[in-house]
Ligand binder design. Structure first.
Ligand SMILES: Nc1nc2c(ncn2[C@@H]2O[C@H](COP(=O)(O)OP(=O)(O)OP(=O)(O)O)[C@@H](O)[C@H]2O)c(=O)[nH]1
Length: 640
């Protein structure tokens, strides 16, 4: 009955066309609120999950405005997207939280909202956020309908036993077709159309129904106020003055400033220096109690100290650690090096701090003869890698070099005396330079994913060709309504990480959506292609690939290198080899460059200046096999 009432109430609001009216702003900022006074039954922790661009951040803005956490803004959007990269790219990459106060039937409720990213590369942010929630708003664009990420997010929430409030957004759009999308929700997830709320986040239609549904349909947190203090750390970031700050969900008990707390993971103890709730800006409090989400600062100095998924407890109390979450498994690896070795320390500091805020990134020390000392970082996807490097530049002023992204291959070695003794014949290789010689290899396996594509049927032909070209195997094709099809393909991860998503968007004019999940390893015929310059192999330029790609890739690589390596005093033979056999070859002719040749007479200082510029340029070069390679060569080749 209650659900029906909600739908009807929503529709009534729409019918009255309140779209152009101003949302009532309920400001509670004037009187300080004691959050600890709010009983558990009147707390709701929820998250908004959706496909990318379906309007999560816009809905979060409206909820903040409606509950008076922020003033109604004229056009200023995405209050929770705080990072510069989020604003520039218009996407959410970090989950953010906000505590809202909402008056429902005369009672004060505390709603803790966690805004999550929609892009597939940041799905670990979604799953972490869900661990602090009891329910989710599953937002679907009423025009685009169900997309690949909607399916993935639904199953993520469903698998975590969370209650789901289905909400159709953008009903104000001319082409919105709520009935069709409700039909899709019914076909795919068996969601009763009666339970679906219909809103426009942009125009503020139906926002109150969403808030009411959160209170009516979601349960309060399953927490114990009087128990021993236990809190789950589900996010952390670095503050210049206060060190690592941890965002935590207080499962049981309470914590006050001055308390001594310990980490179940590192066993270290800390004094609580500061506590705050996010509204969405920090608001200091003296104490946090079970059911709440809040920020704790206890002078943690390094990224290793604040572990996502860790349980904090009071030092003198013994507690059972809360269930953490599966650590995200990096899918794409790339080497990262300072532009100049003098910047090594600065880059190390920047990576350390950023990793604290992005726990999905893995860091290992690496070195290369051409690029010097650096690190090998693991990311969840290519966008994740791009965003990470953009944040390094924007937030920490670092200017690193990134090498080609690669995935982790599994190599089974032929038995030798040592291997039999060690009882370990398996190698995991994500750096082509470390790929063993073909004579030592028994067999190779590559990581596979199960990819879901949702597309209008008019693009089906070209999408199927793309998947076949990328060595995909079709598993199923389901009609989700009269025009849309859901395809499921098994695909090698290496074929997906680079540009699959972009190509898919291009061939489907942006209408197809894609999501993938890990499927483990599968046998594959892999080889390492070496690049030789005048007979010397350059490790940084080697690539691991499927044997069917050898001819085309070999040709492409040597041609590209011929174009980007500057001519030198000697002739250079550029060769691509596989298992000792030359696959492709190009020759770069010798050339002597005199930068001052064109200067006749004139001021001697001009001549000196040009020679100095040339010398500075040479410094940036790397000597490989007596050939100077500019650093850019490595990056340009690897960019594809
Ligand atoms: N017409 C219309 N546009 C909307 C509505 N809600 C959001 N939008 C627009 O949709 C676009 C995407 O909105 P966001 O709120 O950034 O979407 P998001 O889901 O948070 O995106 P990510 O954070 O990148 O996953 C923006 O241009 C919004 O202005 C709506 O109700 N109606």
């Amino acid at each position: 009955m209650m659900r029906l009432y909600n739908v009807q109430k929503c529709l009534r609001l729409v019918n009255k066309q309140i779209c152009n009216t101003i949302i009532p702003v309920r400001l509670y900022g004037s009187k300080p609120i004691d959050y600890t006074e709010i009983p558990l039954e009147r707390i709701r922790n929820f998250s908004i999950i959706a496909h990318v661009d379906h309007g999560k951040s816009t809905l979060a803005d409206r909820l903040l405005e409606f509950t008076g956490a922020i003033k109604k803004t004229s056009g200023q959007n995405q209050v929770l997207d705080k990072l510069q990269v989020e604003k520039e790219r218009g996407i959410t990459v970090k989950a953010q939280s906000a505590s809202l106060i909402y008056i429902y039937q005369g009672e004060q409720y505390l709603l803790n909202l966690i805004d999550t990213p929609g892009h597939v590369d940041f799905s670990n942010e979604v799953s972490r956020s869900l661990s602090a929630c009891q329910g989710v708003i599953l937002l679907v664009d009423a025009n685009d309908g169900v997309q690949a990420q909607t399916v993935a997010n639904f199953y993520l929430a469903f698998g975590n036993d969370l209650l789901i409030i289905p909400v159709l957004n953008k009903i104000d759009l001319k082409n919105a077709d709520p009935e069709r999308v409700c039909g899709q929700l019914k076909t795919l997830f068996d969601i009763d159309p009666k339970d679906v709320l219909k809103i426009s986040a942009k125009q503020g239609i139906g926002i109150e129904c969403v808030l009411d549904a959160i209170i009516e349909r979601l349960p309060p947190p399953n927490a114990v106020r009087g128990g021993k203090f236990r809190a789950l750390v589900f996010d952390s970031w670095y503050d210049k003055y206060r060190g690592a700050l941890s965002l935590m969900y207080i499962k049981d008990g309470e914590v006050r400033i001055g308390d001594s707390v310990a980490s179940c993971h590192t066993k270290k103890t800390y004094e609580v220096r500061g506590l705050s709730v996010l509204r969405p800006n920090e608001e200091s409090v003296d104490k946090l109690v079970a059911g709440q989400i809040g920020l704790v600062g206890c002078n943690m100095r390094s990224s290793q100290e604040s572990c996502i998924g860790d349980t904090l407890h009071k030092t003198h109390e013994e507690v059972e650690p809360l269930q953490g979450f599966k650590p995200a498994r990096p899918m794409v690896f790339a080497g990262i090096y300072p532009m100049d070795q003098s910047q090594h320390v600065h880059l190390r500091g920047a990576i350390d701090k950023l990793v604290l805020n992005d726990s999905a990134v893995t860091v290992n020390i690496d070195s290369s003869p051409a690029l010097g000392q650096g690190w090998r970082l693991g990311f969840l996807g290519l966008l994740h890698l791009e965003v990470f490097s953009q944040r390094l530049v924007q937030e920490y002023g670092a200017d690193p070099i990134l090498t080609a992204p690669s995935v982790t291959y599994k190599v089974i070695l032929k038995p030798t005396k040592k291997i039999i003794e060690d009882k370990n014949d398996t190698l995991f290789v994500n750096n082509p330079a470390l790929f063993p010689d073909h004579l030592q290899i028994k067999e190779c396996h590559e990581p596979m994913v199960s990819g879901t594509i949702i597309t209008p049927d008019s693009y089906l032909g070209s999408i199927i060709s793309l998947c076949m070209e990328r060595r995909g195997v079709q598993k199923s094709a389901t009609n989700i309504d009269n025009e849309r099809v859901m395809l499921v393909y098994d695909l090698p991860l290496s074929e997906v990480v680079l540009d699959f998503h972009d190509t898919l968007k291009t061939i489907s004019s942006g209408y197809a959506s894609f999501d993938y999940e890990d499927m483990g390893y599968q046998f594959s015929s892999l080889v390492k292609m070496n690049i030789l310059l005048n007979g010397t192999a350059v490790d940084e330029l080697s690539v691991i690939m499927h044997s069917s790609r050898v001819q085309t890739m070999g040709r492409k690589l040597v041609l590209k290198l011929r174009d980007i390596i500057p001519r030198q005093m000697v002739q250079i033979a550029i060769q691509a080899t596989v298992n000792g056999k030359v696959i492709a070859r190009e020759t770069l002719k010798a050339y002597r460059k005199d930068v001052t040749a064109k200067l006749y007479g004139g001021d001697v200082t001009r001549r000196m200046k040009l020679l100095a510029q040339q010398a500075a340029g040479k410094k940036k070069m790397r000597m490989v096999a007596n050939i100077s390679l500019p650093r850019e060569t490595f990056i340009d080749v690897l960019k594809k």
